[in-house]
Design a protein around this ligand. Structure first.
Ligand code: ACM
Ligand code: ZN
Length: 467
């Protein structure tokens, strides 16, 4: 019996079940893993046992997949629990926005593979996408860009949109039913042009800021010497915390070009007051201060690994590695700081299969990251695959890029490494791609999963140099 993700252990028995539903659900203190469960399928009765409602939910998810794959349900006993507590997928809704129904289709499919964290990237240089009651100008002005000059799409028309409170509540409820926590991201102090377009007084120069119409890294960033700028972000956070009642909050911290800080009198004054020797330390000071603010609201912060550059980041933050030197992330993990692994290569799902083949996604082994020691490995909270959407404008392309690569991420996140097997994974994936096609999910066809060397070159080139 092969499922995705493959359960911890399966014992097969003779015969088939006459029942096609779980007949009995039991909560037992003997199952100590919060997400673990047992599923006992006998000829006349199917019983799920878990230590919590969440575990029972995962028993149901497993049972549904068995029914999707097998016309007759074989008798068996499954004992299962996850490898990692953080099994994440990230969708960037700032560069391109997806409807509530489209997001639900992505979330629902991810949930079927036991993902439990939806990292929702809701603001960036190209748009601010959350309705806020206390700061309506953020969506009135901050959610619309003048045109699109992304590599693969050009338009003279305004592009805009945002999620209303009602939309966000609908997504939150949808996730809750599937035991998925939402980790909202407010990327700062860079990738903040949409916010700064509305409040240009919070940059170092005070000059007007445009909402960006193309991809890239932009020097319009927050002035760290301005206390009012910090307070304004806290007001955004206050309202976000009401909408997203979860323990984790992502404060970004990636790709911050800091040259404005070097010459800004306010930033220089702040550096002098705090005794900071360079602008990387200034970012750490800002990040720690924001994390303290969120701690008082009961939240643990997650930051991209770029934030470690200043070297003095509080170890209360979880570091999400995506790119660049692994050294600082590894040394943080060795000291017990929690880390989440989202290596650009191969986990960035916005890149074509010619660059990040299904096989390479499947092969990524978290414990091999950067030569971590046995102790350091214990700091891996989990893994996450992001999909950035500068070049993705519709749900068909979005789901094509994510599925079945996210099936592979899901297996690494949940299954014990010794239970993984790429060939049998592919056999089941072929069937599941068909199952999900019938549910309206456009996964990549088998022919595209692992392109030949020639197609790899051709498709990679055309990704970077579209006609
Ligand atoms: C990132 O991809 N800039 C986190
Ligand atoms: Zn400044």
């Amino acid at each position: 019996m092969r499922l995705i993700p493959q359960p911890e252990s399966i014992s097969m028995f003779y015969g088939y079940s006459l029942s096609d539903e779980i007949n009995e659900k039991l909560i037992s203190g003997e199952i100590t893993d919060d997400e673990g469960y047992e599923l006992y399928i006998s000829p006349d009765k199917i019983t799920a046992t878990a230590g919590s409602e969440k575990g029972l939910y995962y028993a149901e998810v497993t049972f549904r997949q068995i029914k999707n794959l097998y016309a007759k349900i074989p008798c068996m006993k499954i004992k299962d629990r996850p490898r990692f507590s953080h099994r994440g997928f990230m969708i960037d809704c700032a560069r391109h926005i997806f409807s509530v129904d489209e997001l639900k289709s992505m979330i629902s499919t991810a949930a079927d593979f036991k993902f439990n964290k939806f990292h929702w990237h809701l603001s960036d240089d190209q748009g601010f996408r959350m309705e806020l009651e206390n700061m309506p100008e953020l969506t009135e002005k901050g959610s619309v860009r003048k045109c699109d000059t992304f590599r693969n799409c050009h338009s003279d028309k305004e592009y805009g949109g945002y999620y209303t409170k009602k939309d966000i509540a609908e997504i939150t409820d949808f996730c809750k039913e599937r035991y998925i926590d939402i980790i909202p991201e407010l990327d700062m102090p860079g990738h903040l042009s949409a916010f700064l377009h509305v409040y240009p007084e919070f940059t170092c120069s005070g000059e007007p800021v445009e909402i960006k119409t193309k991809q890239g890294i932009f020097s319009d960033i927050l002035c760290i010497g301005n206390e009012n700028a910090f307070d304004a972000l806290c007001r955004v956070i206050d309202e976000m915390c009401e909408m997203f009642p979860y323990g984790k909050f992502h404060i970004g911290g990636d790709e911050v070009p800091k040259h404005n800080w070097k010459t800004c009198p306010k930033c220089r004054k702040m550096m002098a007051i705090q005794g900071l020797s360079d602008v990387n330390e200034l970012q750490c000071y800002f990040t720690d201060k924001m994390a303290d603010y969120l701690k008082n609201k009961g939240k643990t912060c997650i930051v991209w690994n770029d934030s470690l550059k200043g070297g003095n980041l509080s170890d209360r933050l979880t570091v999400q590695y995506w790119n660049g030197s692994k050294k600082k992330t590894v040394s943080a993990a060795e000291k017990g700081q929690n880390i989440i692994l989202s290596p650009f290569m191969p986990y960035y799902a916005d890149y074509p299969y010619s660059m990040h083949s299904l096989k390479s996604v499947y092969a990524f082994e978290p414990s091999s990251f950067g030569g971590l020691s046995e102790e350091g490995i214990k700091s891996i909270e989990g893994i996450e695959s992001p999909v950035w959407t500068e070049f993705i404008t519709d749900i068909q392309r979005l789901s094509y890029l994510c599925f079945p690569r996210w099936f592979a991420v899901a297996e690494t996140a949940w299954a014990a490494p010794e239970n993984k097997n790429y060939r049998s994974f592919c056999d089941v994936t072929k069937k599941l791609v068909k199952v999900y096609k019938n549910k309206g999910i456009n996964s990549a066809p088998e022919a595209d999963w692992n392109p030949s060397v020639f197609s790899r070159l051709k498709n990679t080139l055309s990704f970077f140099l579209p006609l």
